[in-house]
Ligand binder design. Structure first.
Ligand code: ADP
Ligand code: MG
Length: 235
């Protein structure tokens, strides 16, 4: 049997006396789309940061295709694309300049074609030579999606990506996620939008007070049932 793509084994994360993640054991396979729900402060962002190697556990182990975090080669990190509230963009540069900078950093091939393709998808191609400073929140988020996907990562991690997005930007994001999922990318997304998360994903998880209190294949529950489970789980 092949190793899971990512495996948490009794993972704990403490910040001083705060136990942000508490003894979490879970694995994810290639091609899954996991939507993670939970109240504010539950440990969701901490979970995502651990998962994409932005921070390491206080105790327990994380394995990537069977390799423990400590022995992971640096190039594994390039398999992640991270989309969070923070756009990681330079406001005094244009979209094109920002993306070219990151593309070079990631060692992307055929930079111009790749940027053109992605900017077309997020409907920003016409604005490519405008400074990011003048972008709306929706445009910024669309551009940051482009930045995160430039190097074609096979694992895409999203932390509340719909927060603050207008309908147009939300629709574009959903379209991109559907396409990534169809193309067998692995997606792990924290969201507060129950319906959007439910519709998009193949697996549902709930984190509460640092614990993984629910983890189920999407097809095994209806949205109504899941909403009920969520209310019970977090009350
Ligand atoms: P969520 O994303 O579910 O809102 P977080 O993972 O951001 O939750 O936070 C979980 C807990 O850990 C919270 O109590 C938060 O205040 C704390 N926390 C998160 N990051 C840090 C940090 N860098 N330093 C100290 N405490 C932190
Ligand atoms: Mg968070």
């Amino acid at each position: 049997m092949s190793e899971p793509l990512i495996k948490f084994s009794n993972v704990n994360k403490k910040y001083g006396h705060i136990h942000a993640l508490n003894d979490v054991s879970v694995s994810f396979d290639k091609g899954e789309f996991i939507s993670v729900f939970g109240p504010n402060g539950a440990g969701k962002s901490t979970f995502l940061k651990l998962l994409c190697t932005m921070t390491s556990p206080s105790s327990g182990d994380i394995f990537y295709e069977g390799t423990p975090l400590k022995k992971l080669k640096d190039d594994f990190r390039s398999r992640f694309g991270v989309i969070s509230h923070q756009p990681f963009l330079y406001s005094e540069l244009t979209a094109m300049e920002n993306l070219t900078f990151y593309a070079k950093l990631y060692g992307v091939q055929n930079i111009e074609d790749r940027i053109k393709e992605l900017l077309g998808k997020v409907e920003l191609y016409k604005r490519r030579n405008d400074k990011v400073r003048g972008y709306s929140r929706g445009m910024l988020q669309r551009l940051s999606i482009t930045r995160a996907l430039l190097h074609n990562p096979d694992i895409v991690v999203l932390d509340e990506p719909y927060t603050g997005l207008d309908t147009h930007a939300s629709d574009i994001l959903t379209k991109i996620l559907v396409e990534l999922f169809d193309n067998k990318h692995t997606i792990i997304m924290v969201t507060h939008n129950m319906k959007q998360g439910f519709d998009a994903s193949s697996r549902l998880a709930i984190i509460r007070r640092g614990k993984l209190v629910f983890d189920e294949k999407r097809d095994n529950v209806t949205l109504d049932e899941f909403e009920h489970v969520y209310t019970e789980a977090v009350s």
